[in-house]
Every structure is written in structure tokens, then in C-alpha cells.
Design a protein around this ligand. Structure first.
Ligand SMILES: C[S@@+](CC[C@H](N)C(=O)[O-])C[C@H]1O[C@@H](n2cnc3c(N)ncnc32)[C@H](O)[C@@H]1O
Length: 205
């Protein structure tokens, strides 16, 4: 797992990469700069965060503009029908709220919505930052009973399979030992000495 797309294991020369719950769009913006032959689409339910980066990509190239990136305001619950089958990769980095609930509990509606935007054989990558103590109330509120590797490899794997995703890798990083991830929340959360990363990748069947 390496979300810094310069050394991503599933990296290819071309393709459309969707960052779901993109936040301020840092992953999309930086990745699009590094990989001009790939097209990056950042999607987030919140318009506020997208404003600044959306304005930036439309500038002239010399001023930071990019032709291979786009941002869309949409919730995972209501993705535009035009996105059906477009994504070669879907990344979900440090989700919260209903997006976290959907991927961490294997919610059928949410997984099917994500499945719908995937091209055949697309890869889904989910990265979650967890501080068990601090997040316990929120995890309980969202109905997330466990975020362990064991839970993902057993219960969650079956739920993903039923929604058309084969989980292919599950892993974790201890607090203080995070890889270099190109997202704003990775920067924000990485210095917490109790927050670990749990991640998994899945392939659309
Ligand atoms: C903690 S931020 C992470 C942002 C970014 N991925 C990063 O790593 O910097 C979680 C993001 O998920 C988005 N989000 C939460 N629920 C969502 C949903 N149902 N559909 C789409 N985006 C959602 C939030 O608006 C927020 O921007």
C-alpha cells in the first residue's frame, strides 16, 4: 500500500483514478501533476473543501492549472450516473461519517454504488486511520464493531465479495510508522502516537 502514487503497486501509465471523499483534493492534485497521462477525479460530499482546488486546476498551466484533474461534489450515496464504469482505481483515504460507515461495515448500498463506478477489474483501496480510544464513541455511533485486520479478512471480505469486490490485501501501520501518504489528513493525523493505519485493497470481480 502506498497512496503516494509515484510508487503505487497498481500503477499503470493510463487510466482514470477516482478519489472518493477527496477533502481538499491534495491527493488528486499532486498525483495529477506527477502522472499527466492519467486522469484524476476527486469526489466529495462537501463543496466547501473543493472550492479552492477546483479554482486552481482551471488556472493556466504555468499558474498551477491541470487538464487531467476534475472535482465533483457528490455523496457516495448519490454518485452521478455518468460515472458508471469509469474508474480504473478508486481510493478512499481517511473516510469519516457515512463513507467510513459504508466501507468499514461493508454496507451493501454503499459498496454497490462504488462498484457501479468501477471499470471491470478496477482496484479499490481503502485507508483508515484509527485511534481506538479517541474514536470509540464515533465508531460505536456508526455501528463499526471492529476495524482489525482479522475482521476485514473474515467478515468484511465476505460482504465485499457479495457486492462484487475481492479483497486482495489487508495490512496495517503502527502509530509513528506511517508510510508517506499524499493526503492532507495523513499529514494531520500522522503525529498522533496512538493512531494506526489499517488498509485494504480489493479488485472488482
Ligand atoms: C477526514 S476527511 C479525508 C479527506 C481526504 N481523503 C484526505 O485524506 O485528506 C473525510 C472526507 O470524507 C468526506 N465524506 C464523508 N462522507 C462522505 C460521503 N457520504 N460521500 C462523499 N464524501 C464523504 C468528507 O466530506 C471529508 O472530506
Amino acid at each position: 500500500m502506498n497512496s503516494n502514487s509515484s510508487s503505487h503497486p497498481i500503477e499503470e501509465e493510463k487510466g482514470i483514478i477516482v478519489d472518493l471523499g477527496t477533502g481538499d483534493g491534495r491527493f488528486v492534485y499532486q498525483s495529477a501533476r506527477k502522472n499527466p497521462h492519467r486522469f484524476y477525479l476527486g469526489i466529495d460530499a462537501s463543496a466547501n473543501l473543493l472550492e479552492k482546488v477546483s479554482e486552481k486546476i482551471h488556472r493556466k498551466p504555468a499558474k498551477g492549472g491541470l487538464k487531467n484533474a476534475l472535482f465533483i461534489q457528490a455523496a457516495v450515496e448519490d454518485l452521478p450516473v455518468e460515472l458508471a464504469g469509469v474508474a480504473d482505481e478508486v481510493h478512499i483515504h481517511f473516510p469519516w461519517g457515512s463513507l467510513l460507515k459504508g466501507v468499514a461495515t461493508g454496507d451493501e448500498t454503499i459498496l454497490k454504488n462504488i462498484h457501479r463506478i468501477c471499470a471491470p477489474d478496477a482496484v479499490l483501496e481503502v485507508i483508515i486511520g484509527v485511534d481506538q480510544e479517541r474514536d470509540s464513541t464515533e465508531l460505536e455511533r456508526l455501528g463499526i464493531s471492529s476495524l482489525s485486520k482479522e475482521f476485514i479478512a473474515s467478515d468484511l471480505e465476505q460482504r465485499y465479495l457479495e457486492c462484487g469486490f475481492q479483497i486482495s490485501a489487508v495490512g496495517s501501520f503502527a502509530p509513528g510508522n506511517w508510510p508517506d501518504l499524499c493526503t492532507s489528513w495523513a499529514q494531520r493525523l500522522r503525529n498522533n502516537d496512538k493512531r494506526s493505519i489499517i488498509y485494504f485493497t480489493a479488485r472488482r470481480t
